[in-house]
Write a protein that binds this ligand. Structure first.
Ligand SMILES: [Cu+2]
Length: 412
């Protein structure tokens, strides 16, 4: 916490005197510190996903503003330090306060995509050190940092108007915090040292129970899970995700510890993360325009076999080969193999706050009875012996990479 006070100039003193304010009062602005996103273990920034998988670095991602509720004085500012390799934004949308206590709130801005951001209220992104004031009289009605991509990027916002403001990340819709901007004479509940401790405790709380205790095994067929955990606080929602693939015992799958299946077996991949979407992608990723089909990570693709959807909503595909497991790493003009689950994602009815988890998709509140089967699982049958590397297209940069060893039955 850095407090800067300045003695008023003669002109300011005259102005204050006419407003019947004690002219000796100094102007003080406190600069508060907070974090956006945290990762554990925090190591190997800038390394490849394969290196992060091998070392375990950055596996646990905290999708949260910590602390996620801050009380400050009018004209104070807050500096958010981006503390992870996963991109986030710090975004205060246009949220007018009611003119009088008890009056209904005027219409607030709908959650936009990250690219749209604050376009309707200035530029899509806002300069560092912007002032946020939904009235528009003393600052910007909407402030958006844009994507903070690099570890230790910082973004500072000042608050010239009193009020209670919710803020969010335009990449992760279940990630909220609140800033209370109080009268300069108000007593604040916490000092910076208390917020530092809260940040550590909140991140630890988010990472608790990332993997459920009772992942179900499925008879003879192997299963792969992705997992996460949502937490609610007074300041809003926050959550954590394990950016790794785990087996039915909760063990992380890696190149040294692959999932081992027999030829002809079907592996079921299930996303039990309540918020974060993932993909199961073998071969050429669909977010790469040089691949045979590049509809983006939402695309359901199998370029080398039949594909379809089961009655329970799961996608399925067959790995018949020939398939080059190194395709995704060593791609060339001859790369044709591509199997992609599409987004495996919890439906609105299954998410804590009902918000759409992806930037740009509208918030939803859907009655359970009207929702189609949840697409959170994918089944892939392996008919060819070999070692297969797969990725989550959204999170492979952080080490979300898996390995399957398909071995023959004895006597095959
Ligand atoms: Cu993912």
């Amino acid at each position: 916490m850095l407090t800067i006070c300045s003695i008023p100039t003669t002109a300011q003193r005259l102005l204050l005197a006419t407003a019947l304010i004690i002219p000796q009062l100094a102007f003080c602005q406190t600069q508060w510190q907070a974090k956006v996103g945290v990762q554990f273990p925090d190591c190997l920034s800038g390394a490849t996903g394969d290196q992060k998988l091998a070392s375990g670095c950055q596996a646990e991602q905290v999708m949260a503003f910590v602390p996620n509720e801050i009380w400050i004085h009018q004209n104070d500012s807050i500096t958010w330090t981006h503390a992870t390799d996963e991109g986030h934004t710090v975004t205060f949308l246009y949220q007018p306060q009611p003119a009088t206590v008890g009056a209904p709130y005027p219409a607030a801005q709908q959650r936009p995509s990250g690219a749209v951001g604050c376009t309707a209220y200035g530029g899509a992104t806002s300069a560092n050190n912007s002032a946020y004031d939904p009235s528009g009289a003393n600052g910007l009605q909407c402030v958006n940092s844009g994507t903070l991509a690099n570890n230790l990027d910082t973004y500072t916002i000042s608050f010239p108007l009193q009020g209670n403001y919710k803020f969010t990340c335009l990449i992760h819709a279940s990630m909220f915090g609140t800033v209370h901007v109080l009268d300069p004479s108000a007593t604040l509940p916490y000092q910076q040292s208390a917020y530092n401790a809260q940040a550590v405790a909140q991140a630890a709380n988010v990472l608790d129970h990332l993997i459920p205790d009772n992942l179900p095994s499925n008879g003879g067929n192997p299963r792969v899970f992705t997992a996460g955990h949502v937490v609610a606080t007074g300041g809003g929602w926050q959550y954590g995700s394990l950016f790794r693939f785990v087996d039915a015992h909760g063990n992380i799958i890696s190149q040294n510890s692959p999932l081992i299946v027999h030829k002809g077996q079907t592996v079921e991949f299930t996303n039990v993360d309540p918020v974060e979407p993932h993909t199961i992608t073998f071969g050429c990723p669909t977010d790469d325009s040089t691949c045979p089909q590049s509809p983006g990570p939402g695309g359901f693709v199998d370029t080398n076999g039949p594909l379809g959807s089961a009655g329970d909503g799961a996608h399925f595909a067959v790995m018949n080969g020939p398939f080059d497991p190194a395709d995704e790493q060593h791609r060339d003009a001859g790369s044709i193999d591509q199997i992609n689950s599409g987004l495996l994602i919890a439906q609105a009815q299954d998410r804590a706050n009902g918000a759409a988890p992806l930037s740009g998709t509208p918030p939803t509140s859907v009655p359970i009875a009207q929702v189609s089967p949840t697409l959170n699982r994918f089944r892939l049958t392996f008919n060819t012996v070999g070692k297969y590397r797969f990725i989550c297209e959204l999170h492979d940069d952080l080490g979300m990479i898996g390995w399957v060893n398909v071995v023959p039955y004895q006597g095959d």
